[in-house]
Design a protein. Structure first.
Length: 517
Protein backbone atom coordinates (compact mmCIF):
# COMPACT_ATOMS: atom_id res chain seq x y z
CA UNK A 1 0.00 0.00 0.00
CA UNK A 2 1.58 3.29 -1.15
CA UNK A 3 1.07 6.13 1.28
CA UNK A 4 -0.98 9.09 -0.07
CA UNK A 5 1.92 11.53 -0.07
CA UNK A 6 4.10 9.14 -2.11
CA UNK A 7 1.15 8.39 -4.40
CA UNK A 8 0.74 12.11 -5.11
CA UNK A 9 4.43 12.35 -6.00
CA UNK A 10 4.20 9.30 -8.27
CA UNK A 11 1.15 10.79 -9.97
CA UNK A 12 3.03 14.03 -10.53
CA UNK A 13 6.00 12.13 -11.96
CA UNK A 14 3.73 10.20 -14.31
CA UNK A 15 2.01 13.42 -15.44
CA UNK A 16 5.34 15.14 -16.03
CA UNK A 17 6.77 12.15 -17.84
CA UNK A 18 3.71 12.05 -20.10
CA UNK A 19 4.18 15.74 -20.78
CA UNK A 20 7.83 15.28 -21.80
CA UNK A 21 6.78 12.60 -24.27
CA UNK A 22 4.40 14.99 -26.03
CA UNK A 23 7.20 17.11 -27.48
CA UNK A 24 5.78 20.41 -28.68
CA UNK A 25 2.19 19.12 -28.50
CA UNK A 26 -0.20 17.30 -30.83
CA UNK A 27 -0.51 20.12 -33.36
CA UNK A 28 3.24 20.42 -33.85
CA UNK A 29 3.58 16.66 -34.03
CA UNK A 30 0.93 16.63 -36.77
CA UNK A 31 2.93 19.27 -38.66
CA UNK A 32 6.08 17.20 -38.25
CA UNK A 33 4.30 14.17 -39.73
CA UNK A 34 2.80 16.24 -42.53
CA UNK A 35 6.38 17.17 -43.48
CA UNK A 36 7.09 13.44 -43.86
CA UNK A 37 9.14 13.33 -40.66
CA UNK A 38 8.94 11.11 -37.58
CA UNK A 39 9.25 12.49 -34.07
CA UNK A 40 12.57 12.65 -32.24
CA UNK A 41 11.68 9.69 -30.02
CA UNK A 42 10.32 7.59 -32.91
CA UNK A 43 13.64 8.08 -34.66
CA UNK A 44 15.58 6.88 -31.65
CA UNK A 45 13.33 3.83 -31.51
CA UNK A 46 14.17 3.08 -35.18
CA UNK A 47 17.90 3.53 -34.54
CA UNK A 48 18.35 1.54 -31.34
CA UNK A 49 17.78 -2.08 -30.36
CA UNK A 50 14.11 -2.35 -29.33
CA UNK A 51 13.36 -1.15 -25.82
CA UNK A 52 16.92 -0.12 -24.99
CA UNK A 53 16.61 3.67 -24.99
CA UNK A 54 16.99 5.39 -21.65
CA UNK A 55 16.43 9.09 -21.62
CA UNK A 56 18.60 11.52 -19.68
CA UNK A 57 17.46 15.03 -18.74
CA UNK A 58 13.82 14.81 -19.90
CA UNK A 59 12.82 17.55 -17.47
CA UNK A 60 15.32 20.18 -18.54
CA UNK A 61 13.62 23.49 -19.23
CA UNK A 62 14.84 27.01 -19.59
CA UNK A 63 12.03 28.95 -17.91
CA UNK A 64 12.84 27.84 -14.31
CA UNK A 65 9.19 26.86 -14.10
CA UNK A 66 8.69 23.62 -12.20
CA UNK A 67 4.91 23.62 -12.58
CA UNK A 68 3.80 20.55 -14.55
CA UNK A 69 0.79 22.44 -15.83
CA UNK A 70 2.87 25.20 -17.37
CA UNK A 71 1.97 25.51 -21.05
CA UNK A 72 5.64 25.68 -22.07
CA UNK A 73 7.05 22.43 -23.55
CA UNK A 74 9.65 20.52 -21.57
CA UNK A 75 12.97 19.17 -22.81
CA UNK A 76 14.55 22.12 -24.62
CA UNK A 77 14.01 20.67 -28.10
CA UNK A 78 16.36 17.72 -27.86
CA UNK A 79 15.98 14.16 -26.57
CA UNK A 80 19.22 12.72 -25.16
CA UNK A 81 20.25 9.42 -23.60
CA UNK A 82 21.74 6.04 -24.27
CA UNK A 83 20.74 2.71 -25.75
CA UNK A 84 22.19 -0.25 -27.60
CA UNK A 85 22.94 -1.16 -31.20
CA UNK A 86 23.69 -4.84 -31.89
CA UNK A 87 23.80 -5.14 -28.08
CA UNK A 88 26.63 -2.59 -27.75
CA UNK A 89 26.07 0.70 -25.92
CA UNK A 90 25.84 4.06 -27.69
CA UNK A 91 25.04 7.57 -26.47
CA UNK A 92 22.84 9.70 -28.67
CA UNK A 93 20.67 12.76 -29.14
CA UNK A 94 17.70 13.46 -31.37
CA UNK A 95 16.63 17.05 -31.94
CA UNK A 96 12.91 17.70 -31.53
CA UNK A 97 11.74 20.11 -34.23
CA UNK A 98 8.33 20.35 -32.55
CA UNK A 99 9.90 22.38 -29.73
CA UNK A 100 11.21 25.79 -30.83
CA UNK A 101 12.11 24.25 -34.20
CA UNK A 102 14.77 22.08 -32.51
CA UNK A 103 16.83 25.25 -32.22
CA UNK A 104 20.02 25.19 -30.15
CA UNK A 105 20.12 27.29 -27.00
CA UNK A 106 22.25 27.06 -23.89
CA UNK A 107 20.35 24.22 -22.19
CA UNK A 108 19.79 22.33 -25.44
CA UNK A 109 23.56 22.38 -25.92
CA UNK A 110 24.19 21.45 -22.30
CA UNK A 111 22.08 18.31 -22.75
CA UNK A 112 24.02 17.32 -25.86
CA UNK A 113 27.36 18.05 -24.21
CA UNK A 114 26.43 15.86 -21.23
CA UNK A 115 25.88 12.80 -23.43
CA UNK A 116 29.01 13.58 -25.43
CA UNK A 117 31.04 13.63 -22.20
CA UNK A 118 29.44 10.38 -21.09
CA UNK A 119 30.15 8.72 -24.45
CA UNK A 120 33.76 9.81 -24.15
CA UNK A 121 34.13 8.46 -20.61
CA UNK A 122 32.29 5.22 -21.39
CA UNK A 123 34.14 4.74 -24.70
CA UNK A 124 31.00 4.31 -26.82
CA UNK A 125 30.02 5.65 -30.24
CA UNK A 126 28.11 8.93 -30.25
CA UNK A 127 25.21 9.45 -32.66
CA UNK A 128 23.36 12.71 -33.25
CA UNK A 129 20.08 13.04 -35.16
CA UNK A 130 19.86 16.61 -36.45
CA UNK A 131 16.57 18.38 -37.19
CA UNK A 132 16.95 22.02 -36.22
CA UNK A 133 16.42 25.63 -37.23
CA UNK A 134 19.94 26.37 -35.94
CA UNK A 135 20.95 28.85 -33.27
CA UNK A 136 17.96 29.76 -31.04
CA UNK A 137 17.48 33.32 -32.14
CA UNK A 138 15.92 34.48 -28.83
CA UNK A 139 19.03 33.43 -26.91
CA UNK A 140 21.32 35.61 -28.99
CA UNK A 141 25.04 35.12 -28.51
CA UNK A 142 24.45 32.54 -25.77
CA UNK A 143 23.38 30.12 -28.49
CA UNK A 144 26.63 30.75 -30.36
CA UNK A 145 28.66 29.97 -27.27
CA UNK A 146 26.51 26.88 -26.83
CA UNK A 147 27.42 25.67 -30.32
CA UNK A 148 31.08 26.30 -29.55
CA UNK A 149 30.84 23.89 -26.60
CA UNK A 150 29.53 21.16 -28.92
CA UNK A 151 32.14 21.79 -31.63
CA UNK A 152 34.99 21.70 -29.10
CA UNK A 153 33.79 18.31 -27.90
CA UNK A 154 33.42 17.01 -31.47
CA UNK A 155 37.09 17.83 -32.01
CA UNK A 156 38.19 16.37 -28.65
CA UNK A 157 36.32 13.10 -29.23
CA UNK A 158 37.64 12.74 -32.78
CA UNK A 159 39.74 9.58 -33.10
CA UNK A 160 38.68 8.43 -29.62
CA UNK A 161 35.10 7.29 -30.24
CA UNK A 162 33.24 7.04 -33.57
CA UNK A 163 30.95 10.04 -34.05
CA UNK A 164 28.01 9.79 -36.44
CA UNK A 165 25.61 12.50 -37.62
CA UNK A 166 22.24 11.81 -39.17
CA UNK A 167 20.57 14.78 -40.87
CA UNK A 168 16.79 14.39 -40.81
CA UNK A 169 15.56 17.92 -41.34
CA UNK A 170 17.14 21.34 -41.65
CA UNK A 171 20.73 21.83 -40.49
CA UNK A 172 21.54 25.43 -41.28
CA UNK A 173 24.25 28.02 -40.87
CA UNK A 174 27.11 27.32 -38.48
CA UNK A 175 25.11 24.34 -37.16
CA UNK A 176 26.46 22.28 -40.05
CA UNK A 177 29.89 22.26 -38.45
CA UNK A 178 29.07 19.75 -35.78
CA UNK A 179 28.18 17.08 -38.39
CA UNK A 180 31.16 18.20 -40.44
CA UNK A 181 33.43 17.51 -37.46
CA UNK A 182 32.06 14.00 -36.96
CA UNK A 183 33.28 10.90 -38.78
CA UNK A 184 30.24 10.06 -40.89
CA UNK A 185 27.21 12.05 -42.04
CA UNK A 186 24.02 10.32 -43.18
CA UNK A 187 21.29 12.02 -45.25
CA UNK A 188 17.81 10.98 -46.41
CA UNK A 189 16.12 11.93 -49.68
CA UNK A 190 13.53 14.67 -49.46
CA UNK A 191 14.19 15.25 -45.74
CA UNK A 192 17.77 16.39 -45.20
CA UNK A 193 18.87 19.94 -45.82
CA UNK A 194 22.31 21.31 -44.99
CA UNK A 195 23.60 24.70 -45.98
CA UNK A 196 25.65 27.63 -44.73
CA UNK A 197 23.37 30.21 -46.37
CA UNK A 198 19.82 29.45 -47.50
CA UNK A 199 18.33 30.24 -50.93
CA UNK A 200 17.33 33.79 -49.95
CA UNK A 201 20.79 34.89 -48.81
CA UNK A 202 22.37 32.98 -51.68
CA UNK A 203 20.23 34.90 -54.16
CA UNK A 204 20.95 38.26 -52.55
CA UNK A 205 24.69 37.57 -52.48
CA UNK A 206 25.21 35.83 -55.80
CA UNK A 207 22.06 36.22 -57.87
CA UNK A 208 21.74 32.42 -58.05
CA UNK A 209 18.14 31.25 -57.87
CA UNK A 210 18.17 27.85 -56.18
CA UNK A 211 15.85 25.72 -54.09
CA UNK A 212 16.71 24.29 -50.65
CA UNK A 213 16.96 20.89 -52.33
CA UNK A 214 19.36 22.02 -55.06
CA UNK A 215 21.48 23.94 -52.61
CA UNK A 216 21.84 21.44 -49.80
CA UNK A 217 19.58 18.44 -50.30
CA UNK A 218 20.63 14.82 -49.82
CA UNK A 219 21.70 14.30 -53.44
CA UNK A 220 23.74 17.52 -53.58
CA UNK A 221 25.75 16.52 -50.53
CA UNK A 222 26.26 12.89 -51.46
CA UNK A 223 27.27 13.53 -55.09
CA UNK A 224 28.75 17.02 -55.30
CA UNK A 225 30.04 18.41 -52.00
CA UNK A 226 31.04 15.13 -50.36
CA UNK A 227 29.61 16.42 -47.07
CA UNK A 228 27.40 13.32 -46.80
CA UNK A 229 28.97 9.85 -46.65
CA UNK A 230 25.76 7.85 -46.90
CA UNK A 231 22.42 8.61 -48.60
CA UNK A 232 19.24 6.62 -48.05
CA UNK A 233 15.75 6.86 -49.58
CA UNK A 234 14.02 7.70 -46.28
CA UNK A 235 14.36 8.05 -42.50
CA UNK A 236 13.91 4.41 -41.68
CA UNK A 237 16.43 3.24 -44.29
CA UNK A 238 18.83 5.95 -43.17
CA UNK A 239 18.75 4.91 -39.51
CA UNK A 240 19.04 1.23 -40.47
CA UNK A 241 22.14 2.10 -42.47
CA UNK A 242 23.72 3.63 -39.36
CA UNK A 243 23.25 0.26 -37.67
CA UNK A 244 24.95 -1.50 -40.59
CA UNK A 245 27.95 0.83 -40.38
CA UNK A 246 28.33 0.12 -36.65
CA UNK A 247 28.76 -3.61 -37.40
CA UNK A 248 32.23 -2.74 -38.63
CA UNK A 249 33.35 -0.23 -36.00
CA UNK A 250 34.89 -0.73 -32.57
CA UNK A 251 33.27 1.23 -29.74
CA UNK A 252 36.44 3.26 -29.22
CA UNK A 253 40.07 3.58 -30.27
CA UNK A 254 41.26 1.13 -27.59
CA UNK A 255 39.20 -1.72 -29.00
CA UNK A 256 39.45 -3.89 -32.08
CA UNK A 257 36.52 -3.87 -34.50
CA UNK A 258 33.99 -6.64 -33.81
CA UNK A 259 34.75 -9.93 -35.56
CA UNK A 260 32.11 -11.96 -37.38
CA UNK A 261 31.88 -15.50 -38.70
CA UNK A 262 33.87 -15.92 -41.93
CA UNK A 263 31.88 -16.21 -45.16
CA UNK A 264 32.81 -17.25 -48.66
CA UNK A 265 33.00 -14.41 -51.18
CA UNK A 266 30.67 -14.03 -54.16
CA UNK A 267 31.28 -16.17 -57.25
CA UNK A 268 34.35 -18.32 -57.75
CA UNK A 269 38.05 -17.31 -57.63
CA UNK A 270 38.23 -18.46 -61.26
CA UNK A 271 36.10 -15.45 -62.23
CA UNK A 272 38.87 -13.11 -61.04
CA UNK A 273 40.89 -14.12 -64.10
CA UNK A 274 38.36 -12.49 -66.40
CA UNK A 275 37.57 -9.23 -64.58
CA UNK A 276 40.54 -7.11 -65.60
CA UNK A 277 40.44 -6.62 -69.40
CA UNK A 278 43.63 -7.45 -71.30
CA UNK A 279 43.50 -4.07 -73.09
CA UNK A 280 45.36 -1.60 -70.84
CA UNK A 281 43.04 1.33 -71.62
CA UNK A 282 39.76 -0.52 -71.11
CA UNK A 283 37.73 0.25 -68.01
CA UNK A 284 36.07 -2.25 -65.68
CA UNK A 285 34.27 -2.15 -62.36
CA UNK A 286 36.79 -2.78 -59.59
CA UNK A 287 33.89 -3.84 -57.36
CA UNK A 288 33.73 -6.98 -59.50
CA UNK A 289 37.16 -7.79 -58.03
CA UNK A 290 36.28 -6.81 -54.46
CA UNK A 291 33.11 -8.91 -54.19
CA UNK A 292 35.09 -11.99 -55.25
CA UNK A 293 37.56 -11.46 -52.40
CA UNK A 294 35.56 -10.11 -49.45
CA UNK A 295 33.41 -12.18 -47.09
CA UNK A 296 29.89 -12.62 -48.46
CA UNK A 297 30.87 -10.42 -51.43
CA UNK A 298 29.87 -7.49 -49.25
CA UNK A 299 31.35 -4.00 -49.27
CA UNK A 300 29.70 -1.16 -47.37
CA UNK A 301 30.76 1.75 -49.53
CA UNK A 302 31.46 5.11 -47.93
CA UNK A 303 31.04 8.17 -50.15
CA UNK A 304 29.65 5.86 -52.82
CA UNK A 305 28.35 8.70 -54.98
CA UNK A 306 31.22 11.13 -54.42
CA UNK A 307 34.47 10.91 -56.42
CA UNK A 308 33.50 7.57 -58.03
CA UNK A 309 37.02 7.21 -59.47
CA UNK A 310 37.94 5.88 -56.03
CA UNK A 311 36.09 3.22 -54.04
CA UNK A 312 36.38 3.12 -50.24
CA UNK A 313 34.36 1.13 -47.74
CA UNK A 314 34.16 -1.55 -45.10
CA UNK A 315 34.26 -5.26 -45.70
CA UNK A 316 35.52 -8.41 -44.04
CA UNK A 317 38.23 -10.97 -44.67
CA UNK A 318 37.70 -14.25 -42.82
CA UNK A 319 35.46 -12.39 -40.36
CA UNK A 320 37.94 -9.57 -39.65
CA UNK A 321 36.64 -6.06 -40.45
CA UNK A 322 38.84 -4.17 -42.94
CA UNK A 323 38.89 -0.81 -44.64
CA UNK A 324 39.01 -1.29 -48.41
CA UNK A 325 40.46 1.30 -50.78
CA UNK A 326 40.52 0.83 -54.56
CA UNK A 327 40.96 2.82 -57.71
CA UNK A 328 37.92 2.59 -59.97
CA UNK A 329 38.97 2.36 -63.65
CA UNK A 330 35.34 2.90 -64.73
CA UNK A 331 35.63 6.61 -63.90
CA UNK A 332 38.45 8.91 -65.05
CA UNK A 333 40.37 5.69 -65.81
CA UNK A 334 40.86 5.41 -62.04
CA UNK A 335 43.03 8.57 -61.88
CA UNK A 336 43.43 10.26 -58.52
CA UNK A 337 41.86 13.72 -58.54
CA UNK A 338 41.27 16.28 -55.78
CA UNK A 339 37.99 14.81 -54.51
CA UNK A 340 39.25 11.24 -54.82
CA UNK A 341 42.34 12.17 -52.80
CA UNK A 342 40.26 13.71 -50.02
CA UNK A 343 37.97 10.69 -50.03
CA UNK A 344 40.79 8.17 -49.73
CA UNK A 345 42.89 10.11 -47.22
CA UNK A 346 40.01 10.73 -44.84
CA UNK A 347 38.92 7.09 -44.95
CA UNK A 348 42.46 5.82 -44.36
CA UNK A 349 42.79 8.10 -41.32
CA UNK A 350 39.49 6.93 -39.89
CA UNK A 351 40.50 3.28 -40.24
CA UNK A 352 43.88 3.95 -38.68
CA UNK A 353 42.35 5.80 -35.73
CA UNK A 354 40.03 2.86 -35.02
CA UNK A 355 42.35 -0.13 -35.54
CA UNK A 356 40.81 -1.24 -38.82
CA UNK A 357 43.38 -2.87 -41.17
CA UNK A 358 43.64 -1.44 -44.68
CA UNK A 359 43.36 -3.40 -47.93
CA UNK A 360 44.32 -1.40 -51.01
CA UNK A 361 43.64 -2.51 -54.60
CA UNK A 362 45.65 -0.54 -57.13
CA UNK A 363 44.91 0.24 -60.77
CA UNK A 364 45.95 3.84 -61.20
CA UNK A 365 47.39 5.55 -64.29
CA UNK A 366 48.37 8.67 -62.30
CA UNK A 367 47.05 11.89 -60.84
CA UNK A 368 44.43 13.57 -63.04
CA UNK A 369 46.10 16.04 -65.41
CA UNK A 370 44.73 19.50 -66.27
CA UNK A 371 44.88 23.13 -65.31
CA UNK A 372 41.68 22.94 -63.25
CA UNK A 373 43.14 20.24 -61.00
CA UNK A 374 46.53 21.96 -60.76
CA UNK A 375 45.03 25.32 -59.85
CA UNK A 376 42.61 23.89 -57.33
CA UNK A 377 45.53 22.19 -55.61
CA UNK A 378 45.90 18.56 -56.70
CA UNK A 379 49.39 18.81 -55.20
CA UNK A 380 48.25 19.51 -51.66
CA UNK A 381 45.20 17.25 -51.93
CA UNK A 382 47.14 14.34 -53.42
CA UNK A 383 49.69 14.75 -50.64
CA UNK A 384 46.94 13.86 -48.16
CA UNK A 385 46.88 10.28 -49.45
CA UNK A 386 50.64 9.93 -49.04
CA UNK A 387 50.46 11.42 -45.58
CA UNK A 388 47.54 9.30 -44.46
CA UNK A 389 49.03 5.98 -45.59
CA UNK A 390 52.51 6.86 -44.28
CA UNK A 391 51.04 7.87 -40.92
CA UNK A 392 48.81 4.80 -40.54
CA UNK A 393 50.09 2.09 -38.19
CA UNK A 394 47.35 -0.49 -38.76
CA UNK A 395 48.21 -3.51 -40.96
CA UNK A 396 48.44 -2.28 -44.56
CA UNK A 397 48.06 -4.78 -47.40
CA UNK A 398 48.17 -3.83 -51.06
CA UNK A 399 47.41 -5.71 -54.28
CA UNK A 400 48.38 -4.19 -57.61
CA UNK A 401 45.88 -5.36 -60.19
CA UNK A 402 47.02 -3.51 -63.29
CA UNK A 403 48.46 0.01 -63.64
CA UNK A 404 50.57 1.53 -60.91
CA UNK A 405 52.30 4.54 -62.32
CA UNK A 406 54.41 7.30 -60.90
CA UNK A 407 53.43 9.29 -57.83
CA UNK A 408 50.00 7.72 -57.79
CA UNK A 409 51.63 4.29 -57.39
CA UNK A 410 53.68 5.59 -54.48
CA UNK A 411 50.58 7.16 -52.90
CA UNK A 412 48.42 4.02 -53.12
CA UNK A 413 49.93 2.17 -50.16
CA UNK A 414 53.26 1.35 -51.80
CA UNK A 415 55.96 -0.50 -49.94
CA UNK A 416 58.00 2.72 -49.90
CA UNK A 417 55.45 4.59 -47.77
CA UNK A 418 54.94 1.67 -45.46
CA UNK A 419 52.76 -1.16 -46.82
CA UNK A 420 53.37 -4.31 -44.78
CA UNK A 421 52.46 -6.59 -47.67
CA UNK A 422 52.62 -5.65 -51.36
CA UNK A 423 51.39 -8.22 -53.86
CA UNK A 424 50.87 -7.93 -57.61
CA UNK A 425 48.83 -9.79 -60.16
CA UNK A 426 50.72 -10.88 -63.30
CA UNK A 427 48.75 -8.16 -65.15
CA UNK A 428 50.40 -5.43 -63.05
CA UNK A 429 52.41 -2.67 -64.71
CA UNK A 430 54.55 -0.79 -62.22
CA UNK A 431 56.55 2.02 -63.75
CA UNK A 432 57.37 5.71 -63.57
CA UNK A 433 54.80 6.43 -66.27
CA UNK A 434 52.66 4.73 -68.92
CA UNK A 435 54.55 3.09 -71.85
CA UNK A 436 53.37 5.60 -74.48
CA UNK A 437 54.29 8.67 -72.42
CA UNK A 438 57.61 7.13 -71.49
CA UNK A 439 58.47 6.32 -75.13
CA UNK A 440 57.62 9.89 -76.13
CA UNK A 441 60.04 11.30 -73.57
CA UNK A 442 62.83 8.77 -74.01
CA UNK A 443 62.84 8.80 -77.83
CA UNK A 444 61.89 12.42 -78.47
CA UNK A 445 64.81 13.19 -80.78
CA UNK A 446 64.52 9.90 -82.63
CA UNK A 447 60.77 10.45 -83.13
CA UNK A 448 61.32 14.01 -84.41
CA UNK A 449 63.72 12.70 -87.07
CA UNK A 450 61.65 9.63 -88.04
CA UNK A 451 60.04 9.29 -91.47
CA UNK A 452 57.08 7.46 -89.88
CA UNK A 453 56.87 8.76 -86.27
CA UNK A 454 53.60 6.91 -85.53
CA UNK A 455 55.09 3.55 -86.45
CA UNK A 456 58.25 4.28 -84.47
CA UNK A 457 56.27 5.41 -81.44
CA UNK A 458 54.17 2.22 -81.55
CA UNK A 459 57.34 0.11 -81.80
CA UNK A 460 59.14 1.94 -78.99
CA UNK A 461 56.01 1.82 -76.83
CA UNK A 462 55.76 -1.94 -77.34
CA UNK A 463 59.43 -2.34 -76.43
CA UNK A 464 58.99 -0.25 -73.31
CA UNK A 465 55.89 -2.18 -72.33
CA UNK A 466 57.67 -5.49 -72.81
CA UNK A 467 60.62 -4.37 -70.74
CA UNK A 468 59.12 -2.30 -67.92
CA UNK A 469 55.32 -2.60 -67.84
CA UNK A 470 55.20 -5.70 -65.68
CA UNK A 471 55.43 -6.48 -61.97
CA UNK A 472 58.81 -8.21 -62.12
CA UNK A 473 60.98 -5.10 -62.24
CA UNK A 474 59.41 -3.92 -58.95
CA UNK A 475 59.63 -7.49 -57.64
CA UNK A 476 63.32 -7.65 -58.48
CA UNK A 477 63.84 -4.58 -56.31
CA UNK A 478 61.78 -5.93 -53.39
CA UNK A 479 59.11 -3.26 -53.84
CA UNK A 480 56.57 -5.98 -54.50
CA UNK A 481 56.78 -9.08 -52.30
CA UNK A 482 55.37 -11.55 -54.79
CA UNK A 483 53.47 -11.93 -58.02
CA UNK A 484 50.40 -14.03 -57.31
CA UNK A 485 47.80 -16.00 -59.19
CA UNK A 486 44.68 -13.77 -58.93
CA UNK A 487 42.67 -16.81 -57.83
CA UNK A 488 44.74 -16.99 -54.64
CA UNK A 489 44.27 -13.31 -53.70
CA UNK A 490 41.82 -13.92 -50.87
CA UNK A 491 43.83 -16.66 -49.22
CA UNK A 492 47.06 -14.67 -49.51
CA UNK A 493 45.41 -11.63 -47.94
CA UNK A 494 43.74 -13.69 -45.19
CA UNK A 495 47.06 -15.27 -44.24
CA UNK A 496 48.91 -11.96 -44.27
CA UNK A 497 46.20 -10.33 -42.18
CA UNK A 498 46.31 -13.06 -39.59
CA UNK A 499 50.10 -12.84 -39.13
CA UNK A 500 49.87 -9.07 -38.84
CA UNK A 501 47.04 -9.07 -36.31
CA UNK A 502 49.36 -8.05 -33.46
CA UNK A 503 51.31 -5.56 -35.51
CA UNK A 504 52.87 -2.76 -33.49
CA UNK A 505 54.46 0.28 -35.05
CA UNK A 506 55.71 3.34 -33.18
CA UNK A 507 55.70 6.92 -34.25
CA UNK A 508 57.92 9.66 -32.80
CA UNK A 509 56.36 11.59 -29.91
CA UNK A 510 54.94 14.94 -31.04
CA UNK A 511 51.89 17.07 -30.46
CA UNK A 512 50.51 16.13 -33.87
CA UNK A 513 51.70 16.08 -37.44
CA UNK A 514 50.71 18.67 -40.01
CA UNK A 515 48.69 16.85 -42.68
CA UNK A 516 48.45 19.04 -45.80
CA UNK A 517 44.84 20.25 -45.63
C1 LIG B 1 14.12 29.99 -32.70
C2 LIG B 1 13.10 28.86 -34.40
C3 LIG B 1 14.30 28.79 -35.12
C4 LIG B 1 15.45 29.41 -34.54
C5 LIG B 1 12.80 27.81 -36.27
N1 LIG B 1 12.20 28.23 -35.16
N2 LIG B 1 14.09 28.14 -36.28
N3 LIG B 1 13.01 29.44 -33.21
N4 LIG B 1 15.31 29.98 -33.33
N5 LIG B 1 16.62 29.38 -35.15
C6 LIG B 1 10.82 28.07 -34.80
C7 LIG B 1 9.91 28.89 -35.71
O1 LIG B 1 9.86 30.20 -35.26
C8 LIG B 1 8.62 28.14 -35.55
O2 LIG B 1 8.01 28.52 -34.34
C9 LIG B 1 9.04 26.72 -35.39
O3 LIG B 1 10.41 26.74 -35.00
C10 LIG B 1 8.92 25.94 -36.68
O4 LIG B 1 9.57 26.67 -37.70
P1 LIG B 1 8.90 26.95 -39.13
O5 LIG B 1 9.62 28.11 -39.71
O6 LIG B 1 7.44 27.02 -39.01
O7 LIG B 1 9.27 25.60 -39.88
P2 LIG B 1 9.58 25.39 -41.40
O8 LIG B 1 8.60 26.13 -42.26
O9 LIG B 1 9.69 23.91 -41.56
O10 LIG B 1 11.01 26.07 -41.66
C11 LIG B 1 12.15 25.50 -41.08
C12 LIG B 1 13.32 26.49 -41.23
C13 LIG B 1 12.90 27.88 -40.72
C14 LIG B 1 13.73 26.54 -42.71
C15 LIG B 1 14.49 25.91 -40.44
O11 LIG B 1 12.32 27.73 -39.42
C16 LIG B 1 14.03 28.84 -40.61
O12 LIG B 1 14.49 29.41 -41.61
N6 LIG B 1 14.48 29.08 -39.37
C17 LIG B 1 15.53 30.01 -39.12
C18 LIG B 1 16.82 29.44 -39.56
C19 LIG B 1 17.96 30.33 -39.19
O13 LIG B 1 18.17 31.39 -39.81
N7 LIG B 1 18.62 29.95 -38.11
C20 LIG B 1 19.73 30.67 -37.62
C21 LIG B 1 20.86 30.22 -38.52
S1 LIG B 1 22.32 30.93 -38.01
P3 LIG B 1 6.52 29.13 -34.28
O14 LIG B 1 6.25 29.18 -32.83
O15 LIG B 1 6.57 30.44 -34.93
O16 LIG B 1 5.69 28.14 -35.02
C22 LIG B 1 22.89 29.75 -37.05
C23 LIG B 1 24.20 30.08 -36.53
C24 LIG B 1 24.80 28.91 -35.84
O17 LIG B 1 22.35 28.76 -36.81
C25 LIG B 1 26.16 29.33 -35.50
C26 LIG B 1 26.90 28.24 -34.84
C27 LIG B 1 28.31 28.63 -34.69
Amino acid sequence: MVNPSMQAKLDQLAAWRAKTAEGGGPQRVTQQKAAGKSTARERLAMLLDPGTFEEIDPFVRGDHNANPDSPEPVGEGVVTGFGRIHGRPVFCFSQDFTIYGGSVGELHSRKICKVMDLAYRAGTPFIGINDSGGARIQEGVDSLGAYGEIFARNARLSGVIPQISVILGPCAGGAVYSPALTDFTFVADGISNMFITGPQVTKAATGEDVTFEELGGALAHSTKSGVAHFRAPGEDACLRLVRVLLEYLPSNNQELPPAAAAQEPQGSPEELLAVVPPEPHKGYDVRDVLVRILDGGRLLEVHQEFAPNAVVGFGRLAGQACGVVANQPRFLAGCLDIDGSDKIARFVRFCDAFNIPLLTFVDVPGFLPGIAQEHRGIIRHGAKILYAYAEATVPKLAVILRKAYGGAYVAMSSRGIGADVALAWPTAEIAVMGPEGAAQVLYRNELAAASDPAELLARRTAEYRERYANPYVACARGMVDDVIDPRTTRERLCRALSVLSDKREDRPPRKHGNIPL
